[in-house]
Write a protein that binds this ligand. Structure first.
Ligand code: NI
Length: 140
């Protein structure tokens, strides 16, 4: 990462519950100030985004997500989307978590761009929460 020199002050509006959670995490991790915690969070966000953009070629990976199964039509939409990526989906697991939530893991092997595309499509469905994508190359 390039050297960071000048500091610029910004004002950000946040929901108080989000800020409370953030503060409690950075306190627990021993940060000296909220600003330092925010700087680290922004760096991590940038690194993750740049890494996602760079990936290409054959990869293996997982998509995990929670979703609200009472959301109308969502189960069907998730099935529909997955059937469009048959060539790269190797297996999937469904866990009924509680009254409201289901948890799914999809394991994939295929083109990095297609893997990201599928994750993006799942993420954009209403009622899907906490989507996580992990990928790796087989030959490292
Ligand atoms: Ni379920």
């Amino acid at each position: 990462m390039e050297e960071e020199k000048e500091l610029t002050r910004i004002g950000v509006s946040l929901p108080s519950n989000l800020l409370n959670k953030f503060d409690s995490i950075i306190r627990g991790r021993g940060y000296s100030s909220r600003s330092e915690g925010i700087r680290d969070a922004i760096r991590a966000y940038i690194i993750e985004y740049e890494w996602m953009e760079r990936e290409s070629g054959e990869e293996i990976g997982t998509i995990t997500y929670l979703y609200d199964h009472s959301q109308r039509g969502l189960g069907d939409q998730l099935t529909e989307v997955q059937h469009q990526y048959l060539n790269m989906i190797k297996t999937s697991t469904h866990i009924h978590l509680d009254e409201e939530n289901c948890f799914e893991v999809i394991v994939m092997k295929g083109d990095a761009k297609q893997i990201k595309e599928l994750a993006g499509r799942i993420m954009s469905l209403k009622g899907v929460k906490h989507v996580k994508l992990t990928t790796t190359h087989g030959g490292i």
